[in-house]
Design a protein around this ligand. Structure first.
Ligand code: TZP
Ligand code: MG
Length: 204
């Protein structure tokens, strides 16, 4: 898992989730995560089913909801510390599906690795307005610290923009997500491509 990791946000989006995911896929992202907190289960299922079909080569993950992921045959889920515990999610999804877990500390990262997470979301790196309960910013030091001991891919999230992304990548992040810096902008594809370029060697 490497590069820009796309997460939907229908509240911040200008053109809507379908358009945003089409643009992210066109920009060549490896992963799309469907994240929506304000919809019914029926709405989540219907939208996930549409989004799931947009990128055949793209890894499609569902935030929080193992049931929706199973129902639309997603590639996996992204879970937080307060969601279904990883062993329970693994039982439902099986070995073949991807489970990402958000961690806020080195201890949580070690636990997630032992529990069998496939990758880690490291959060929040900087102050964010997008997730009100994200907690205290950890800084790039947390990425550096986790990188020393944990082998899993690390996806950094929280308050990341084009100005601070290079230091996040230099700290060892395999991928990063910047929600407001991408989906609230006019040209989502261009923004994603600009972030993607930061991962090419020698750009920094
Ligand atoms: N998880 C941790 S921080 C966050 C999520 C979903 C929001 C990140 O949004 P932004 O706009 O990139 O700060
Ligand atoms: Mg969650």
């Amino acid at each position: 898992m490497k590069g820009y990791y796309f997460v939907t946000d229908s509240k911040l989006s200008r053109a809507g989730n379908v358009s945003d995911v089409q643009n992210a896929v066109a920009a060549g992202v490896e992963v799309v995560q469907y994240r929506r907190k304000d919809a019914s289960t029926a709405e989540l299922f219907a939208e996930a089913a549409v989004l799931r079909k947009l990128g055949r080569q793209t890894i499609f993950l569902v935030n929080d909801r193992v049931d929706i992921a199973l129902a639309v045959q997603a590639d996996g889920v992204h879970l937080g510390q307060e969601d279904l515990p990883l062993p329970a999610a693994r039982k439902l999804l099986g070995r073949g599906k991807i489970i990402g877990l958000t961690v806020h500390s080195f201890a949580e990262a070690r636990q997630a690795e032992v529990a069998g997470a496939d990758y880690l979301g490291v959060s929040p790196i900087f102050t964010t307005q997008t997730k009100m309960d994200a907690g205290q910013p950890a800084g790039i030091q947390l990425i550096q610290q986790i990188k020393t001991m944990v082998k899993l891919p690390l996806i950094a999230i929280g308050g990341i923009n084009l100005a601070n992304a290079p230091e996040v990548i230099r700290a060892g992040a395999d991928g990063l997500c910047a929600i407001s810096a991408v989906v609230s902008r006019e040209d989502v594809r261009l923004e994603v491509e600009t972030f993607q370029r930061l991962f090419r060697p020698f750009v920094q």
